[in-house]
Design a binder for this molecule. Structure first.
Ligand SMILES: Cc1cc2nc3c(=O)[nH]c(=O)nc-3n(C[C@H](O)[C@H](O)[C@H](O)COP(=O)(O)OP(=O)(O)OC[C@H]3O[C@@H](n4cnc5c(N)ncnc54)[C@H](O)[C@@H]3O)c2cc1C
Length: 264
């Protein structure tokens, strides 16, 4: 059985979440003789890889040591968008006079904002659940920590999973940037995650985040809105040139491959 994973606060939403993505009564299946693929890590990357491979008819095992859905469902994309939406609602109410609407005194109940976040996260977790992957998508789901014990085998919870291919989708950890000057007195050991177990607003918190993915995503959103000036600022010229060069080379390679196939 999977180890009990405590999600704080232990309300009905977090209980639903845990039942979906780390069921404490989960019994790992008996491994088949040799999997076509073993996927280590049940975050976005691992779930998509496992579902895609199983959909193509491969025998697949997925191993997740803590929470299926990974950072995106539990600490990243989903919680942050719930908070962003609440912040936007508060800002729009506060600035309603811009639209000719009389403003009201906006009071944010942070506990309720977080409760809504937990409700949405619990609802969405059904899609990433162990039982959906096991019984609907045909993936053998193992809850536990995977460890390579050979070139074609991993061990999880005392069981050996043999594979033809393995996919390591164990995510990444943020590093503290080498910033000169005063250091924050405490840096969270979950530096790449929103700390989403709170029910009352933190008194002070500073966030510092920069990543290529974010830059590209922001730039493409601005680009779609036709905001080319801000696109240029967000997505600097050198990177745009590199992106065009890579894209151009990729397209030329694709055209070449298509032509070869046509000739063959
Ligand atoms: C605040 C925040 C907001 C974000 N917003 C967005 C957004 O809006 N859009 C977007 O596209 N991205 C967003 N991201 C990024 C997104 O969350 C990550 O890109 C994504 O979660 C990466 O997925 P992953 O599968 O590579 O890794 P992870 O989600 O980290 O999953 C890796 C999994 O592997 C498991 N694991 C590790 N080692 C082992 C082992 N030995 N055995 C078994 N399991 C193991 C871990 O427990 C974990 O569940 C955001 C991130 C943050 C922090």
């Amino acid at each position: 059985m999977a180890a009990v994973f405590r999600l704080e606060p232990g309300d009905r939403y977090n209980q639903t979440l845990a039942a979906n993505i780390h069921p404490s009564d989960w019994i790992n299946p008996l491994p088949t003789r040799r999997y076509n693929m073993v996927v280590i890590g049940g975050g976005t990357a691992g779930l998509v890889t496992a579902a895609g491979a199983a959909g193509l008819g491969a025998s697949v095992a997925l191993v997740e040591k803590t929470l299926m859905g990974g950072d995106c469902l539990n600490f990243g994309c989903v919680p942050s968008k719930a908070l962003v939406r609440a912040a936007r609602a508060a800002a729009e109410m506060r600035d309603a006079d811009v639209y000719g609407i009389e403003t009201v005194d906006v009071k944010v109940d942070f506990g309720k904002v977080m409760e809504r976040m937990r409700r949405l996260r619990a609802q969405l977790s059904a899609k990433d659940s162990a039982s959906r992957f096991q019984y609907e998508l045909g993936v053998d789901v193992f809850i536990g920590e995977a460890r390579f014990i050979g070139a074609d085998a991993v061990e999880v919870g005392g069981q050996t999973l043999r594979f033809r291919k393995a996919c390591i989708a164990t995510g990444a950890r943020a590093a503290a940037p080498p910033i000169n000057g005063p250091r924050p007195s405490r840096i969270s050991d979950q530096r790449n995650r929103l700390l989403v177990d709170g029910t009352s607003a933190p008194r002070r918190r500073a966030w510092c985040r920069s990543s290529r993915m974010r830059t590209v995503a922001d730039a493409s959103a601005l680009w779609r809105r036709g905001d080319t000036n801000r696109t240029r600022a967000t997505y600097p010229a050198a990177r745009r040139r590199r992106s065009r060069a890579v894209g151009g080379a990729r397209n030329r390679a694709r055209r070449g491959a298509a032509a070869d196939q046509g000739n063959g």
